[in-house]
Design a protein around this ligand. Structure first.
Ligand code: ADP
Ligand code: ADP
Length: 229
């Protein structure tokens, strides 16, 4: 039932002779279907931890089992494969291709997967439908509102059918009303069974998760556990 199991992660950075412990013996696990928020102020180690969870960076020491795979023992090509198959990324700034339509943006990861155009079309349209943007499939990002762009990005993350959605400040670039709508979508996806890891500095956003973990000076502390309010 554990999709993520992280044990004793350590990561230090040395800059100008000064050493910072960005991650200090971090351990935690996430069950399938969890919705977990990792909250902390600027400089607390959120990006460093997100890069580890997202298989984008390696620690100095520690272990990470993702869907049963011992991630930090993999070679970089295998690590890229795990990243592409196991994690759907959602970014603060959407990261959409501006000259491509919503449909083409959602379809792109499926091209890399080697799916044919009929398969891609079916999956991409299903994903756009899930985020309520089917009727905007032909629009480019510039023709969509910020909230709609983020929904396209969420559809792109869903299209690869990854076991985990990893959202880094997904409402950070949105006004508060639009942010509420995007959070509602993320909560709905969790209710449908998607496992969600959300990284934020915003307590109001974090509180909407089932579990909140605080990071401070590279150390984790559980604030709100599953089932507690
Ligand atoms: P957050 O995302 O919470 O702002 P980070 O993970 O970016 O925190 O940073 C945690 C700590 O590690 C900070 O003290 C930061 O200055 C330091 N740090 C992060 N990346 C680097 C780097 N590439 N080189 C040097 N120090 C870094
Ligand atoms: P395979 O299933 O044949 O192993 P992958 O889908 O894992 O192939 O990826 C093939 C190549 O395309 C890899 O180099 C990978 O990094 C890249 N790739 C896969 N998905 C994406 C994506 N969504 N965005 C960018 N590059 C990708």
């Amino acid at each position: 039932n554990r999709i993520v199991e992280i044990k004793n992660l350590n990561k230090e950075y040395t800059l100008g002779g000064e050493t910072v412990k960005a991650l200090d013996n971090v351990s935690f696990s996430i069950n399938k279907g969890d919705f977990i928020a990792i909250i902390g102020p600027s400089g607390s180690g959120k990006s460093t931890l997100m890069n580890m969870i997202g298989c984008l960076d390696m620690p100095d020491s520690g272990e990470y089992f993702l869907d049963g795979q011992n991630v930090f023992q993999l070679k970089s090509k295998q690590l890229a494969d795990v990243r592409n198959h196991k994690i759907g990324f959602i970014f603060q700034s959407f990261n959409l291709l501006t000259k491509q339509s919503a449909f083409e943006n959602v379809e792109l990861p499926l091209i890399y997967r080697g799916l044919n155009s009929k398969e891609r079309k079916e999956i991409a349209l299903t994903a756009l439908k899930k985020v309520g943007l089917l009727e905007r499939a032909g629009h480019r990002p510039t023709e969509l509102s910020g909230g709609q762009q983020q929904r396209v990005a969420i559809a792109r993350a869903l299209a690869g059918n990854p076991p985990i959605l990893l959202a880094d400040e997904p409402t950070g670039a949105l006004d508060s009303k639009t942010g509420v709508e995007v959070m509602k979508l993320i909560k709905d996806l969790n209710k449908q069974g998607h496992t969600i890891i959300l990284i934020t500095h915003d307590l109001e956003i974090a509180k909407q998760a089932k579990r909140v973990i605080r990071i401070q000076d590279g150390r984790l502390r559980e604030e709100k556990e599953v089932g507690v309010s």
